[in-house]
Design a protein around this ligand. Structure first.
Ligand code: HEC
Length: 155
């Protein structure tokens, strides 16, 4: 092999390695971003849940804010945050099950169900405590339906 051929073989190999590292980085960044959104879901849901359970005083304004935050969050376009190869079988640091990528229509349906539950909560949260409590089950249920199907249990 001529030196230039060897050099280009070496630089091709280096490019491939760099490409893999980049794909790894971008998958980890996607996991970080999607779990951050989930954390914001949980924070706002938690505020509503605390009022529903009587652990926090009912406050119509605070409840409305939390419901409105959820309504904004469910509108985020997450399509780039769930790349192929970012399941818990392919990489560390995620609890997303491979099944999620096999069942996109169902995942979308579960996302839409969450959107509807959030809309119901938006109508209820600021009305009174009983209305908030009545909307809570549907909202929490929409989160857990997707987790049961597509999120691995915590180790
Ligand atoms: C359409 C499916 C879906 C819906 C709906 C959904 N989640 Fe998740 N959630 C997931 C998946 C999948 C993961 C695992 C993500 C990962 O580890 O890459 C997750 C992870 C989480 C986590 C863990 C985040 C972390 O730091 O590891 C929390 C907390 C969470 N979700 C809260 C919620 C709450 C609260 C709701 C409802 C308001 C909700 N999720 C709705 C699919 C969903």
């Amino acid at each position: 092999m001529k030196t230039s051929a060897i050099l280009s073989a070496v630089s091709l190999a280096a490019t491939l390695v760099a490409g893999t590292a980049f794909a790894d980085d971008s998958r980890h960044a996607a996991v970080k971003a999607r779990t951050a959104i989930m954390g914001l879901y949980a924070n706002n849901l938690g505020q509503l849940g605390a009022m529903a359970k009587g652990e926090a005083d009912y406050n119509a304004e605070a409840a409305t804010k939390a419901a409105n935050n959820l309504a904004l969050l469910v509108q985020l376009d997450q399509s780039t945050l769930w790349p192929q190869g970012s399941d818990n079988g392919a990489m560390d640091g995620t609890r997303a099950l491979p099944d999620l990528w096999q069942n996109f229509p169902d995942v979308m349906a579960k996302g839409e169900a969450l959107g509807k539950a959030v809309t119901t909560m938006q109508g209820a949260a600021g009305t009174d405590l009983a209305s908030l409590q009545a909307a809570m089950g549907g909202l929490g249920g929409a989160c857990s339906a997707c987790h049961k199907a597509y999120r691995a249990p915590e180790n």
